[in-house]
Design a protein around this ligand. Structure first.
Ligand SMILES: Nc1nc2c(ncn2[C@@H]2O[C@H](COP(=O)(O)OP(=O)(O)O)[C@@H](O)[C@H]2O)c(=O)[nH]1
Ligand SMILES: Nc1ncnc2c1ncn2[C@@H]1O[C@H](COP(=O)(O)OP(=O)(O)O)[C@@H](O)[C@H]1O
Length: 212
C-alpha cells in the first residue's frame, strides 16, 4: 500500500551571500533560531575572531598552516580567499547530512557558491541579499562596530565587486526591512523543500498509488 509516511527527502544546501554588511549574518541567525530543521555549516577561517564570536559555533578559527594542511588533505568542499583571509567549508558533516535529509545553511561568498553549485548543483539553493543603497550599507558596517575605519573602507571598496555577482544566484532579495527579508527567505526555503527532485521516496509512492 502506498503511504505518505514513507516519503523522505534529501537535505538541501541553502546559501546566503551578500556584500559585507548587507545582513546575511543577521538573517542566518534568525533562520537558525526559528527553524529546527536547518543547521549551520560552520566554516574554517584564518581571520581572527570578532568580539562575541565563539570558536566552533560562528567559525572554526585556524592558523594559515592548519588551513593549508586541510586543503592538502582534501577536507574542504570549497574554499576561497576573501579580504586576504582563507575561508573553507568542511566536507564531512555536510555530505553525510544531506543524504540523511539534513538541511544546511551556508554563509559563503560568490566564489564558494560557484564551487558548491558545480559540485552539487541539484542540492544547492542560492540566495543573494542586496542592501537598499550604498549609503545604507556604509551605515550598517559602521553601526555594527566590529571593524576599524580602514577595514570598513576596504569592505565598501569590495562591495561593488561582490554585487556584480548577483546574477549567479537563484533568488535576489533587497534587505531593506529585516522582518520582510526574513519572511521572504522562509518562503523560499519552504518551497525549495517541496521540490520534486528532493523527494527521494516519491517514485515508490507514486508507483504504489498507480498499482494499489
Ligand atoms: N567561499 C567561502 N566564503 C566564506 C566562507 N565562510 C565565510 N565566507 C565569506 O567570507 C566573507 C567574509 O566573512 P566575515 O569575515 O565573517 O565577514 P562578513 O562579511 O561581515 O560576514 C563573507 O562574504 C562570507 O560569506 C566559506 O567557508 N567559504
Ligand atoms: N534590514 C536591516 N535594517 C537595518 N539594519 C540591518 C538590517 N539587516 C542587518 N542590519 C544591521 O547591519 C549590520 C550588518 O549586518 P550583518 O548581518 O552583520 O551583515 P553581513 O553578515 O552581511 O556582513 C548589523 O549591525 C545588523 O544588525
Amino acid at each position: 500500500m502506498a503511504s505518505p509516511d514513507t516519503l523522505q527527502r534529501r537535505g538541501l544546501m541553502f546559501i546566503l551571500s551578500s556584500p559585507s554588511g548587507a545582513g546575511k549574518t543577521t538573517i542566518a541567525r534568525k533562520l537558525l533560531a526559528h527553524d529546527a530543521e536547518i543547521r549551520m555549516s560552520v566554516s574554517v577561517t584564518t581571520r581572527p575572531p570578532r568580539p562575541g564570536e565563539v570558536d566552533g559555533q560562528d567559525y572554526i578559527f585556524a592558523s594559515q598552516a592548519e588551513f593549508d594542511r586541510m586543503v592538502e588533505d582534501g577536507q574542504f568542499l570549497e574554499w576561497a580567499t576573501v579580504f586576504g583571509n582563507s575561508y573553507g567549508t568542511p566536507k564531512a558533516q555536510v555530505k553525510a547530512g544531506i543524504r540523511e535529509g539534513q538541511d544546511f545553511l551556508f554563509d559563503i561568498d560568490w566564489q564558494g557558491t560557484q564551487q558548491l553549485y558545480q559540485k552539487m548543483e541539484t542540492d544547492v539553493v542560492r540566495v543573494f541579499l542586496l542592501p537598499p543603497s550604498i549609503d545604507e550599507l556604509r551605515r550598517r558596517l559602521t553601526g555594527r562596530g566590529t571593524d576599524p575605519a580602514e577595514v570598513i573602507q576596504s569592505r565598501m571598496d569590495r562591495a561593488r565587486a561582490e554585487i556584480s555577482h548577483w546574477d549567479g544566484y537563484d533568488y535576489v532579495i533587497v534587505n531593506d526591512d529585516i522582518e520582510a527579508c526574513f519572511a521572504k527567505v522562509c518562503e523560499i526555503l519552504a518551497a525549495e523543500r517541496m521540490k520534486r527532485a528532493r523527494q527521494t521516496g516519491l517514485i515508490g509512492f507514486v508507483r504504489g498509488l498507480m498499482t494499489d
